[in-house]
Structure formats: C-alpha cells, structure tokens
Write a protein that binds this ligand. Structure first.
Ligand code: NAP
Length: 533
C-alpha cells in the first residue's frame, strides 16, 4: 500500500490528489496557510462509490465477530498514530494538546464500544414469530426479522471535533459497525489531520482482511463535492455534523433525489438554561461561575454551548459578566467561523434592545474575548422575527441573558423556542407548578434535559440522546452520540418460512450467539425448541 503522505485523498487504500480547485489548510493560531490541497470531483465520487459497492458484497459475508475484531484493530491503529496526528491537529484547529488527547481517547473508546455492541449482537433487534400451521382460518407462517446493513454511507464531519466527529468519528463508527462502506467528505478545516485517520483505517482493513473499498476519504472545499456525493444513487444515507445551513442544504438535495434518502444531520443549538427563582436566590454565584466556564469552554465552539440564559431580573447577569471577563480567550477553529461570530455580534450590537455586559466586537477575531449580552423578556418576545434572530446560534464564546419579570414570562420564552440539543434547568423545588409547566414545554423541544448542571460535555453511552427536534437535528428520535447511533444506518429484512440453515445465525433456532430476541412477543435469549414448520 502506498503510504506516502504527499497527496491528500484516498480511495480504497490508494492515496491520490483531487483534480479540482485548490484550498488551503490554515493554522488559526499563527493565522497562516500551512498546505495546499486539491478538491476531489465527481469523477472521484464515482470511483469511490464503485469501490464501495464492490466492497459491500464482501462486507456482507463478514460475521459479527469479524466486524468487531476489525473495529478493535481500527481503534488500535488510531492510537498507534496519535503521536503523529495530535501536533498536526493542534496546528490545524488551534485546540490544545490535552483536549486532543482526550478526544483521541473518546474516538477510540466509541469505536471499541461499537465493537462490543456488534459482538454482543442484540443491536440486530432480532424478532421471531413462530409458525402455527393449525391457525384458523389460515395457517400462520414463520416470520423472522433483523437489522442488516444499508449500503454505502456518506459522512460529513464537523470542524470542532476533528477526531470524535471527524473522519472516523461517531457517524463513521456507527456506519462501519452496521457493516456499511463509508465515503467521508473531509472537512476543509483539518485536511492534514484527516489523512492520518484514512491511513489508520487502511491499515486496519488490510490487517483484518476486509475489502479496501470499505473506506474512501474525499477532500474538498466548497459545496460541490458534498452535493455530488449526496446525489450519487449508490449512497443510501448521510451522517452530517455541522451548521444548520449545511445540514439543511444536504437534506434538501437528498429529498430531491429520484430515490430520496435520509440525512441524519446534527446541527446548531442554543441550549437554553433556565434558572428557577429559588435556585437563583440560593446559589447565583455558583451558577454564574459554572456558566462562565461552560460558555468559554473550547472557545464556545461546542454544539452544546449555553447560548441563552433565562431567569428573573437579578444580579446574575453582572456576576456572569464578571466571571466571563476573567476567562482566558481561546482560539477559533478557522477564519470563517471567527468572521461568522463577529458578524453575529455586530448584528446584536446594532440592535438597541440588546445590551452588551462584556466582550463585543474583537480586534483579534481568531482569539475573541467572551461576550455576554442581555435583553428584557418583553423585547425578546416582542415579535416572531426577533425571537428567530435572538434564537440563532452564535458559534463561539457568547451568550444572551433574557431577564424576566415573572416565571410566566420564563415559560413564554420556553414556549417561543424551537428544537434544541439540550436544555438545562437549575431548580431546588421539584414540586413547583412552574417547574412542571417548564418541563412540559421543554420535553417536545429538546433532545437532552439536564438538572443543576451545565450542558457542555456529552457522555458517550447507550442512553445518550444527542439530537433533538429540528433545527437541532433532522430526526428527533436519532442520536449521533452513543451506540444507539447504529440504528440510523441499518435496513431490515423479514425472512418468511426460511430453512433454518439458510437464516442468518442471529435468527436460527438454536441462537448460537445467545442474543436477546423477541420471540412470539416476549424477549428471550433461549433457543427455540420446536422445529420450524
Ligand atoms: P459546516 O460549515 O456546516 O460544514 C460541515 C461539512 O459540511 C463540511 O465538510 C462542509 O464542506 C459541508 N457543507 C456545508 N454546507 C454544505 C452544502 N451546502 N453543501 C455541501 N456540503 C456542505 O460546519 P462546521 O464547519 O463544523 O461549522 C460549525 C457549525 O457546526 C456550527 O454552527 C455548530 O453549531 C455546528 N456543529 C454542530 C454539532 C452538533 O452536534 N449538532 C457539532 C459540531 C458543530 P465545505 O466547507 O467544503 O462546504
């Protein structure tokens, strides 16, 4: 295998350079270009899909144990390269080493979690309805069903998690675990970093004797490459993490295809924090300190960053402004994101209803100070158009406090919100009617609701729901974090009156993998004693 890193894209284990326009890898800390990369084109999309379709036939012959083993080898290969890719990612993203060390652990941890899930087997959701030849008026057939792979998946990673939501991040791991080939559209914010992950998976595919066409990395900048990828008829679903504009554009393209496909998009969110009156009275200072850390964490470049704080009129905004002004500025991921933050702040500064308490427009947009704004609830609620403006995510260290006259006004603000990844409540009185009303309003508007904490930091576990109603994500029931994410990239077959030996092992009578199955409406790991009709 050619492992020379002088080209940037990979199809089925072969490195090459795209034949499209050039773009630059940018170091945001030094504010200078560090490499030139050429974008891939439709020709490359076609080649990657040909390889993926061929690979799919072979992948379908792999057992669960073999897929689990491949995923474990993949995690090992990534870890083996971390000494090389962490400095590159530090240069391309401005993220500190400790954060990237942690993200490497998370990325390998989630791949290994998928390996364990696949080896265990219950993710297949095997279901068996045994035959009843004596049923009247017609005999009942034997029908069995389980989840199977779907087909080539297109993956779009985000700029802010170059590993955990990057080339081999959660979407890629979930799609591979379900037995799908993947084509990754590399994020133009960290193209050099992406190459190491492509090399890691090429090494793992070779070691595990898996088809090399299981993976391709197409680097590119601009909307054309991604659009062509989503339009390709062999792509069966899309995993996307990024902006609302990008996610929505890809959803629209997918819906217009002759064969529409799902785009599982995780997009922006303002993650409202509601501070109930008794919590405000008893621990304003601690809440303000915690919020300041959460807003400034990672230079505010988290999809779970708290962008809206809702409370009664109080000293909290001043306290929070004080703690925010003490935070050390971080580095924005790239000049585009830095500029977007500045123009969002400029629009708020031109709005007479919004008051800045700290921060504001920066002379150094790539290392901005954190901003805190405030607005009266009456102004926030004044018109639908304003609400939409104030509810738009500012990606970066910035947040808006909505000062309310009453808990009724706090509820009105909650009612005005659209879908969010998270909502946080600080409360002590769990029996209050206001809390109950707030929960009723937030549940249909939110993926994850937290009590007495801060929304940044997403646990990777089976029960995590990292999604939410539109516009936070495209499917409110889907999650992009945790092993439940696998269910986005599966199809399902039913097998009627099949001979036992032709069935997938997960559905055979003696249940050789010992997986949990729904048998005649009851969950069980037992073998089926009766012979099939
Ligand atoms: P982005 O600008 O949406 O880009 C993500 C990927 O999608 C890039 O590869 C980009 O390629 C591609 N893309 C964007 N628009 C496209 C279009 N119209 N057609 C085809 N491809 C398109 O996202 P980002 O760079 O990561 O920017 C940060 C944003 O992501 C923030 O708003 C943040 O809230 C959001 N985010 C959300 C989550 C979450 O979990 N929900 C996580 C992280 C970040 P090109 O740049 O080459 O066009």
């Amino acid at each position: 295998m050619n492992t020379v890193f002088d080209t940037h894209s990979m199809i089925a284990g072969q490195w090459f350079e795209g034949s499209g326009d050039s773009f630059e890898s940018w170091d945001p800390s030094l504010n200078k270009a560090i490499a030139n990369i050429k974008s891939c084109t439709l020709l490359d999309v076609n080649a990657a899909l040909s390889a993926a379709v061929e690979a799919k036939t072979l992948l379908d012959t792999k057992t669960s144990a073999e897929i689990a083993e491949f995923l474990n080898v993949l995690a090992d290969e990534i870890e083996a390269l971390k000494g090389a890719f962490i400095p590159v990612a530090m240069a391309e993203t401005g993220l500190p080493e400790a954060r990237l060390q942690g993200e490497t652990g998370r990325t390998c941890g989630q791949i290994r979690a998928f390996a364990a899930l696949v080896a265990e087997g219950s993710w297949r959701q095997a279901s068996i309805d045994t035959a009843d030849p004596n049923r009247q008026p017609v005999p009942k057939p034997d029908v069995r069903a389980m989840n199977i792979s779907l087909g080539p998946i297109a993956v779009f990673g985000a700029s802010n998690f170059p590993f955990a939501f990057g080339t081999l991040g959660g979407d890629s791991a979930a799609a591979l675990a379900a037995g799908n080939p993947i084509i990754v559209k590399g994020h133009p914010s960290h193209p050099l970093t992406s190459r190491y992950f492509a090399q890691a998976i090429a090494n793992a595919l070779q070691k595990a004797d898996f088809p090399m066409g299981t993976f391709s990395l197409l680097q590119g900048c601009g909307t054309e490459l991604g659009s062509e990828l989503v339009k390709h008829p062999e792509i069966k679903a899309v995993g996307f993490t990024g902006s609302l504009g990008g996610g929505r554009a890809l959803m629209d393209i997918a819906a217009k295809r002759a064969e529409p496909i799902p785009v599982y998009a995780e997009m922006g969110s303002i993650n409202p924090v509601f501070i109930m009156p008794e919590a405000l009275d008893s621990r304003s200072d601690a809440i303000a300190q915690g919020l300041a850390g959460s807003i400034a964490m990672g230079c505010g470049q988290f999809c779970t960053s708290p962008g809206l704080i809702v409370c009664l009129n109080s000293e909290l905004p001043k306290l929070l402004a004080h703690y925010l002004s003490e935070q050390t500025p971080g580095v924005m991921l790239n000049p585009g994101i830095a500029d977007a933050m500045q123009s969002a702040l400029a629009s708020r500064q031109n709005n007479s209803r919004v008051e800045f308490l700290t921060g504001g427009l920066s002379d150094t947009p790539l290392t901005p100070k954190a901003s805190l704004m405030q607005i009266n609830a009456a102004d926030f609620l004044a018109s639908g158009q304003s609400i939409a403006e104030y509810s738009e995510e500012i990606f970066g260290p910035a947040s808006l406090v909505v000062n309310c006259e009453s808990t009724e006004q706090m509820l009105a603000v909650a009612k005005s919100l659209s879908g969010n990844l998270t909502a946080t409540i600080h409360a002590d009185d769990y029996q209050s009617q206001s809390l109950s009303a707030l929960l009723s309003l937030l549940k249909p508007r939110t993926g994850r609701i937290l009590f007495n904490g801060f929304p940044t930091g997403v646990e990777v576990c089976q029960s995590m729901q990292h999604g939410g109603p539109y516009p936070a994500s495209s499917f409110a029931h889907a999650t992009s974090v945790g092993t439940a994410a696998i269910s986005r990239f599966v199809s399902r077959n039913a097998y009627q009156n099949w001979p036992d030996e032709l069935l997938p092992v997960e559905l055979q009578n003696d249940n050789p993998m010992g997986i949990l199955r729904m048998i005649d409406n009851h969950y069980s790991r037992t073998a089926i004693a009766i012979e099939k009709a």
